[in-house]
Design a binder for this molecule. Structure first.
Ligand code: C2E
Ligand code: MG
Ligand code: MG
Ligand code: MG
Length: 285
């Protein structure tokens, strides 16, 4: 546009490139303020044991309470946080919130299940996660069995040598490690071989395909038996229909998570679900 106008600079301010740059600087500044003022809250989504229907874990998912735009989902800000490095202080907030929430639920004497939270690849490689975890658990007097971390294959692949050690330290502390979005990374199987982890969470894109093609059931069957042979557990993520749930139970996938059973809810609602020992309904199957 600047070239077309002939007079150079002035037009640069109106150019699309310039606007994109300004928007980015603005969003980065806004996100930085949000982190400094802690405008984040966690929502919680249960996962269930297929055999009993009991709640067997809870995933903590971050939301941005934006003063102008309301409650924002991770898709609106996690990528920017990763690109700017803000994911490191944001991740610290998340870890702190999760530990403090577990401590609060314990004080309320609720029947607890382990709570997991997500750690980005960049965060895992750039900051001292094991050290941070140890401090956080200690500060809140939370037993490590009540905390779990979710890492993607990318976090392990991006390894500069430290990931395997960090992973071993975390597990050595008694905190379980779940591999998130399994099946979408580049080298799933070689990672499985190189890293000891506790649970595979099969990416939601696979549950979405169940019932549509026979191949997907085969994939689940293979992953479930591979995980079991390696002494690991499996969770199917993103279960949205009774039909998908029914198939997953048939495939002996031992844990399930998804909107069909329960959507992510605010902490206060999760406290109620814990209190009443909420179970998934198997009625419609
Ligand atoms: P994820 O860890 O794989 O989390 C599962 C996502 O799927 C969540 O989206 C959840 O709300 C959504 N979900 C649950 N059940 C269903 C279902 O039945 N169908 C479908 N289509 N989706 C379902 P959410 O909360 O928007 O989070 C998206 C992603 O953002 C997460 O994927 C995770 O990678 C990232 N994320 C969330 N919280 C944090 C966090 O505290 N720290 C970091 N670093 N990343 C986070
Ligand atoms: Mg996750
Ligand atoms: Mg996932
Ligand atoms: Mg994900």
């Amino acid at each position: 546009a600047a070239k077309a106008a002939g007079k150079g600079q002035y037009c640069f301010y109106k150019s699309e490139q310039y606007q994109t740059l300004m928007n980015r600087i603005n969003s980065q500044a806004t996100l930085e303020r949000a982190v400094n003022h802690d405008q984040f809250v966690m929502h919680y989504q249960p996962r269930f044991a297929s055999a009993s229907g009991k709640m067997c874990g809870i995933e903590a998912l971050v939301r941005w309470q934006n003063p102008e735009r309301g409650l924002l989902l991770p898709q609106e800000f996690i990528a920017l946080a990763e690109a700017t490095g803000l994911i490191v202080p944001l991740g610290k907030l998340v870890m702190e919130k999760v530990c403090s929430q577990i401590a609060q639920w314990s004080t309320m004497q609720l029947p607890l299940v382990p709570v997991s939270f997500n750690i980005s690849a960049f965060e895992f490689n750039e900051s001292d996660i094991p050290g941070g975890l140890a401090q956080c658990l200690e500060r809140h007097k939370v037993p490590p069995e009540l905390l779990e971390v979710e890492l993607t294959e990318t976090a392990l692949v991006a390894d500069k040598g430290g990931a395997a050690t960090a992973l071993a330290t975390i597990r050595g502390m008694g905190v379980k490690c779940l591999i998130d979005d399994f099946g979408t990374g580049f080298s799933s199987l070689s990672q499985l071989q190189r890293f000891d982890t506790d649970v595979l969470k099969i990416d939601q894109s696979f549950a979405a395909e169940l019932g549509r093609t026979e191949k997907t059931a085969t994939f689940f069957r293979a992953i479930v038996s591979l995980a079991h042979a390696l002494g690991m557990g499996v969770v199917a993520e993103g279960v949205e229909t009774a039909e998908q749930l029914r198939m997953l139970l048939e495939l002996e996938c031992e844990e399930v998570q998804g909107y069909y059973m329960c959507s992510p809810v605010p902490a206060a609602e999760m406290a109620i679900l814990l209190e009443k020992r909420f179970r998934m309904s198997l009625d419609a199957l």
